[in-house]
Design a protein around this ligand. Sequence first.
Ligand SMILES: [Ca+2]
Ligand SMILES: [Ca+2]
Ligand SMILES: [Ca+2]
Ligand SMILES: [Ca+2]
Length: 446
Amino acid sequence: MKKLIFVWGFFAFVSCSKKDAPQSVVTPPSIANPNTPTTPTTPVVDYSTKYTTSQNVVFKRTLLFDGIHPETLKIINTNGKLHLVTSLSNNEPAQFEFFRSFSIDTLSGALSENTSSLLGGYYEVGFPKSPFWYEDLNGDGIKDLFISDHGKEIQSQIVNNKYPGYLCRYFIGKADGTFSKSDIVDVTTVNRFYHNSAVGDINGDGKNDLVVQVFDEEEMMLYTNNGSGQTKFGNININNQTGSVLIADIDGDKQAEIISAPYIDRGNTPNTFVRKINISGGSYSSTKLSPVSPFGASYGCYKIIGMKNPKEPTKMNLFFLVEAGPGDQKIYRSRTDNSNILDDISKIQGTFNTGGTRDYVIADFNFDGFDDILFHVNYGQDLNSRIWLNKGDNTFENPTWEIDTKLKNIFIPILYNSTSGRVKFLYYEDGKTPTSKILDIYTKKK
Ligand SMILES: [Ca+2]
Ligand SMILES: [Ca+2]
Ligand SMILES: [Ca+2]
Ligand SMILES: [Ca+2]
């Protein structure tokens, strides 16, 4: 047997050699230029996070308070220069602080106050409530600033069961990139307990309108843009204990609506809903969008986010940020096929808890075409815990970016680079001597 196997093996070898023989005469390709490198270079991507050194924030006027108000953070990009507009304020002491602005050195992260030149002077702040709108409100194509402000909550100042309230603030953007304080009739001149506001085109003429929500007799105050400024349309009172508002076309019928979400319903018989309000001519009508007492008995809505659903681009999911007290927040999301169903977000996604959530920035942080959310002032949480990356259907997950988990103050995104896959965040550390620096983070999928 051994011998036979050897013979077969021998024949196999011969046969193979014969068959392959012609290939042995093929001339190998000549190398035209032996100096041309033939080994491709593999690009080296640096995924590591870069930090600049902390710098003391430079103030032109002494600080009264040692913490930025979480609902007043806006990055302004005028004529290629970045500025931060914000305020330091507190609702308890009687003193008033001011809106302040800072130029941002995007290489070092240094902040240098420029309030007089950018905002045109020092204007007092009570206790503002966001959104801090940076949109064109007077129809000249240049973005303006608007924020509502309910003022101090000082017990000794209560009259007729009400706090004195404060003023909304309006800064008009000018062509040279600076701002000047201006007025919108009633809301920037009359003290009220203003709590929320919304900007959007409610009447479909292409110009931004404004609705301001108040915890006073006026539940909502609607202003429309007449082409050169905001004029009062009237008050909208639907007895819904409105706590927050949004202007958006949530159902894709090309008609925008005002969404009203209630604050804590303290009535003996709950009678509040998410409602949509449509304007027709000089009048308005409202319809229910939810079951009664949509967030339960103890939670009230302080902010509404509307996001188009990538899977049904004409429709929006609404996100209701609700609170029962300090640090006790939840977020509900409406369904696009049935707005009557509000899902507790913690039941449909596994992101870090929403306690402490105040304000947000929407942007595509990981450059995948879907809008993400950063809750930029969730003190005490690291950056990955407060970023929601969109999974493509308006449900979200936290990222796993390389971050320093000891940093837990304020993160403000300032520059996005889709080519390098990086986002630069300005990091602001509150205190008697505030500091700032840049975090340069690789955020794209690896
Ligand atoms: Ca403007
Ligand atoms: Ca309009
Ligand atoms: Ca609509
Ligand atoms: Ca994204």
